[in-house]
Ligand binder design. Structure first.
Ligand code: GDP
Ligand code: MG
Length: 203
């Protein structure tokens, strides 16, 4: 990846079961498409609990980091976390995620373009819908919170997953797609986005 041009960056997105149920597939694709990113892989299916576990534990630090974050979230709100052990806490989070993410069909996608990982995260918005900025997908289309999902013992419904780093994206793409399911092609708009001289426009 180091020697690749930034326009070749790829990221991985899941439209989670609530996104599909809310009829947001078109709206979500439209937002990633309109900024100039290119869709290079797309599948629909029902995920298995095993795939969801693999997906979330690709980052070996995710269990610890998520546990620590969750404990901090409880304490910030003056609530007692169910455990002080980050790994124990994340096991509960992961179990809830398996139920949520396998509850119906999902759409999985690979998007390519300049700074694809960061751009998709920006458009997607912060993880907890309650605090996602207005104008982001999560900020505009869903109203869930950790207080509500933790109270009800379920995963927070935030419509989307999007890779957090280029490294995470590469691992996630390899987990969900075979290389021949990703299509290398050009779009006409790439000239205006990336061409250095812009010498092909005027006749
Ligand atoms: P993302 O990259 O924005 O999806 O967020 P993370 O990778 O940090 O977390 C993945 C998933 O773990 C989220 O979609 C939530 O379901 C869950 N999660 C993360 N942080 C917390 C938290 O503080 N509390 C709870 N209850 N769940 C969390
Ligand atoms: Mg993440």
């Amino acid at each position: 990846m180091k020697d690749r041009h930034p326009k070749k960056e790829r990221t991985f997105v899941i439209i989670k079961p609530d996104g599909v149920q809310r009829s947001l597939i078109g709206e979500i694709i439209k937002r990633y498409e309109k900024i100039g990113l290119k869709l290079i892989g797309l599948k629909m299916g029902v995920a298995t609990p095993d795939m969801i576990e693999k997906h979330y534990t690709i980052d070996t630090e995710w269990m610890r980091k998520t546990g620590e974050k969750t404990i901090a979230n409880y304490k910030e709100k003056g609530l007692k976390p169910p455990s002080e052990d980050p790994i124990e806490i994340t096991k509960v989070v992961l179990n809830n995620l398996k139920k949520y993410m396998t509850s119906g069909p999902v759409i999985i996608m690979v998007w390519q373009g300049a700074h694809a990982v960061g751009i998709v995260r920006k458009i997607t918005g912060a993880t907890e819908p309650l605090t996602s900025d207005v104008g982001t997908i999560r900020g505009d289309f869903v109203l869930d919170s950790y207080v509500m999902s933790d109270t009800d013992g379920r995963a927070v419904r935030n419509i989307l997953h999007a890779s957090g780093t280029v490294e995470e994206a590469e691992k996630e793409i390899a987990l969900w797609f075979k290389e021949d399911e990703l299509i290398n092609y050009s779009t006409i708009q790439e000239v205006i986005l990336y061409d250095v001289d812009l010498d092909g426009i005027l006749e």
